[in-house]
Ligand binder design. Structure first.
Ligand code: NIG
Ligand code: FE
Length: 409
C-alpha cells in the first residue's frame, strides 16, 4: 500500500463485511475508504473520520457491497466441448464408463492440443469475463488438459495472460496429474515420472502457484499422487487435491499430511479424512455444479465438516466435462439447495474461505488492510445472492481499488 496514494471514498452502500466468524456483518448506510489497492477504513457513513482529504468519491446509491467473489477451483483453459458426452450420460453411461472408454478428460486433452494459442486465449478470456460479470475478482485456473510439458505450459501461459490483461487476480495450479494421456497408456508410473520431471521447469517459468492431482480409480493412486506432492514440497509449492469425488481413496488424509490448502469435491470423504483436514487446517472445497451435472446422489459430509470446524468453500469447478457452468451465483444457490448450506455459509465459501483455499490472507472480507476487491450488487440483502438463480443481478466489480470497466466478450 502506498501511504501517499490518494484516498477514495465509496459511500451510500449497504456493506456485507463478513468481518466476524458468524453473521453477515451488515452495515447499513456504510462507507469504505480505499487507498491505492487496499481498504483503509470500513464503517457507518456517520462515523467517517472528520477532516479527510478524499480525492475521489463514488456514490453507490444504496447498492449492496460485498467482497469480490473468489472462484478458487476452475479448469478454464481448454479446447472443444463435451455436449455429446452429456447426451451419452443422459442415456445411461456413467462418467467413469465414458472415461474408461477413452472419452472424458482425454477427449478434452485431444481438443486442447489441437486448438491454436489464439483459440485457447479467446475462449478462456470469454469465460473469465462471464465469471467477472457475476462478481469474481480472483480466479484460480488449473492446467490438466495439456498433459505434456509443452501443452501444460501453453495452457498455464494463457492463465497467466488472463491475470495480466484483465482486471482480475489469477492463481495458477498445475494439474498435470489429471488423467493419463494416450501416449502413456498402461504406463501411469512413467507418466508420473514425466510430470515430476517437468514441474520444476514450469515453476521456473513462473507458471505455477500450486500443485493439484486427481486421486481416483479412473485417475491416479494415492502413491502416485504422493510422488507428485513430494516434488511440489521440494519446490516449496502448496498442494491441493481432487479427492474422494467418486470413491474413498484416502486422498484427503494424504493431502492433509502435506498441509494441503484444500481438498476438493469430497462426496466420499471419510471420518478419518475429515479429522486429518481439521488437524491440518485444510479447506473443504465443495463443488455443487459437478455434483449436480454428474447427477451424484452421495452428499459430501457437510454436518461432520461443520462439526469438525473445517472451513467450507464453494467454487464453479468450471470445466467442459463435469461442470460446464459460468455462474458463481448459481453455485451459491446450489450450495444451499443441494448441500444444505445457509446463504451466509455459501457466500463465505466464495469469499473468505475461498481466499483461504488459495492461501491468500489479504482478501475475502471487508476489513481495513485487505485488498480493495469489491462486488457492487443491485440487490437489497446478501441472502438474495443465493436465492435467485439465472437472474443476472446488476453487478460491477472493483479490482485493486479501481472500477473494472465492462469488457466486451
Ligand atoms: O473437477 N474430477 C476431475 N476433474 C474435473 C473434471 C474434468 C473433466 O471431466 O473434464 C472435475 O470435476
Ligand atoms: Fe475440478
Amino acid at each position: 500500500m502506498s501511504a501517499s496514494a490518494p484516498l477514495t471514498l465509496w459511500h451510500r452502500a449497504r456493506l456485507v463485511t463478513l468481518a466476524s466468524p458468524q453473521g453477515w456483518g451488515l452495515i447499513d448506510q456504510g462507507a469504505l475508504l480505499t487507498r491505492g489497492e487496499h481498504i483503509e477504513w470500513v464503517g457507518a457513513e456517520a462515523d467517517l473520520p472528520a477532516g479527510l482529504e478524499v480525492a475521489q468519491c463514488h456514490d453507490l446509491g444504496g447498492a449492496l457491497l460485498t467482497p469480490g467473489l473468489i472462484d478458487a477451483h476452475t479448469h478454464l483453459v481448454y479446447g472443444g466441448d463435451r455436449a455429446r458426452e452429456f447426451e451419452l450420460r443422459l442415456q445411461g453411461a456413467s462418467y467413469e464408463e465414458i472415461a474408461q472408454a477413452g472419452g472424458g478428460i482425454v477427449s478434452t486433452v485431444a481438443a486442447t492440443r489441437a486448438a491454436s494459442d489464439e483459440h485457447l486465449w479467446q475462449s478462456a478470456r470469454h469465460r473469465a469475463l462471464a465469471l467477472m460479470a457475476e462478481g469474481v475478482t480472483t480466479l484460480e485456473v488449473k492446467s490438466g488438459y495439456g498433459l505434456s510439458a509443452e501443452h501444460e505450459a501453453r495452457c498455464l501461459r494463457v492463465a497467466r495472460r488472463l491475470g495480466a490483461e484483465l482486471p482480475l487476480t489469477v492463481r495458477t495450479t498445475c494439474l498435470s496429474a489429471h488423467a493419463l494421456p494416450p501416449e502413456f497408456a498402461g504406463r501411469a508410473d512413467d507418466y508420473i515420472d514425466a510430470v515430476c520431471a517437468w514441474l520444476p521447469a514450469l515453476q521456473a517459468e513462473g507458471l505455477v502457484d500450486a500443485v493439484d492431482a486427481f486421486c481416483e480409480r479412473i485417475a491416479f493412486s494415492p502413491a502416485q499422487t504422493q510422488r507428485v506432492f513430494e516434488v511440489a514440497r521440494g519446490l516449496g509449492l502448496p498442494v491441493k487435491l481432487h479427492a474422494e469425488q467418486l470413491s474413498d481413496q484416502g486422498g484427503a488424509a494424504l493431502a492433509a499430511s502435506f498441509g494441503a490448502l484444500s481438498c476438493d469435491h469430497l462426496e466420499y470423504l471419510s471420518e478419518a479424512g475429515i479429522a486429518a483436514m481439521a488437524q491440518a487446517g485444510t479447506v473443504a472445497m465443495l463443488l455443487p455444479g459437478a455434483y449436480y451435472f454428474l447427477r451424484e446422489s452421495k452428499l459430501p459430509p457437510i454436518a461432520a465438516l461443520r462439526a469438525a470446524g473445517v472451513p467450507i468453500a464453494i467454487a464453479t469447478d468450471h470445466n467442459p466435462g463435469s461442470s460446464p457452468t459460468l455462474s458463481p451465483l448459481l453455485m451459491l444457490n446450489m450450495a444451499c439447495t443441494l448441500f444444505h448450506l445457509t446463504p451466509e455459509e455459501a457466500l463465505r465459501g466464495m469469499t473468505q474461505h475461498a481466499a483461504q483455499a488459495l492461501g491468500l490472507a489479504d482478501r475475502g472480507q471487508l476489513l481495513a488492510g485487505q485488498r480493495a476487491d469489491l462486488a457492487v450488487w443491485g440487490l437489497h440483502h446478501p441472502n438474495e445472492l443465493a436465492y435467485g438463480f439465472g437472474q443476472r443481478p446488476a453487478c460491477r466489480v472493483v479490482h485493486a481499488g479501481r472500477w473494472a470497466a465492462p469488457l466486451s466478450p
